[in-house]
Design a protein around this ligand. Structure first.
Ligand SMILES: [Zn+2]
Length: 58
């Protein structure tokens, strides 16, 4: 799951969305996995990749 998200993150320019308040954050997927990213709005640490629907291989 985490690896999958990392791969997607690489594809989609490393933009993530806070699960809490939906703020967009641009960072490395590695930092998301390591939970070293905090949402600047709500301080949450749960992020998802911006395009969750995308399953098309590149
Ligand atoms: Zn947030």
């Amino acid at each position: 799951m985490v690896k999958f998200e990392a791969a997607i993150g690489r594809l989609f320019k490393r933009v993530f969305v806070c699960r809490n308040c939906k703020t967009k954050i641009r960072t490395d997927s590695i930092r998301i996995i390591a939970k070293s990213v905090k949402c600047r709005k709500c301080g949450g640490k749960d992020f998802r990749v911006i395009k969750s629907k995308a399953k098309a291989g590149a």
